[in-house]
Design a protein. Structure first.
Length: 206
């Protein structure tokens, strides 16, 4: 297949998919095109979408490719989306717990408790229910507590290729509040008694 029709086909497939499209998935539906040619066409598609007159870009997210609005348009797009339907909202304790898991993963419930200073069970249950956090086996220590990590849904929500793209903790908190929304004081928990959550996470890393 010639390169331009191939790129058009790939763009169409990525457009209709609700999840990031992987190279393996594309190989299965377009078996007559060599894998390296698919990869090259995707690279050209990503590069072309960076043009300043394009509002949508093809990005590598969560191990696949997905169409996404450009960062410079996010605030206006968020305002529009919020005017159409209520955003997924998290309490402040849930946002703090999510930040700890994102930067310490995989992490156990007792470890989260030690960093936050309050019982995170309710916030963790909310994050599991919303699919932002998943279990990651058990820690090989006394009691073998369950480990938790962020999910593919987390990467999709925040538009990240993988956990290595996480911004600084302060930037993450601002991004989380803008992306997911926040309900101050909800969830029946209190925030850490003193210091910022960033200091708490740093202390947990010490």
């Amino acid at each position: 297949m010639e390169r331009d029709p191939l790129k058009a086909l790939l763009e169409a497939i990525i457009y209709v998919s609700e999840e990031p499209v992987t190279l393996d998935q594309l190989q299965k539906v377009i078996p007559d095109v060599p894998r390296e040619e698919l990869r090259a066409a995707l690279g050209e598609l990503v590069a072309a979408s960076q043009a300043p007159d394009r509002g949508i870009e093809v990005r590598q997210i969560a191990g696949g490719y997905r169409l996404s609005t450009k960062p410079e348009h996010h605030e206006a797009v968020r305002r529009f989306v919020r005017s159409q339907k209520p955003p997924l909202r998290l309490s402040l304790p849930a946002l703090e717990t999510l930040a700890i898991i994102a930067y310490k993963q995989p992490v156990t419930l007792p470890e989260i408790h030690a960093i936050r200073g309050v019982d995170p069970s309710s916030a963790l249950a909310t994050l599991l229910d919303k699919g932002l956090v998943v279990t990651a086996g058990r820690k090989q220590c006394v009691g073998r507590p369950i480990l938790y990590r962020t999910s593919k849904e987390f990467l999709i929500r925040f538009g990240l290729k993988d956990a290595s793209e996480l911004p600084t903790l302060k930037e993450f908190e601002e991004l989380a509040r803008a992306t997911l929304g926040e309900m101050e004081g909800a969830g029946g928990e209190s925030a850490p008694a003193s210091g910022s959550d960033e200091q708490a996470v740093e202390a947990g890393n010490a």
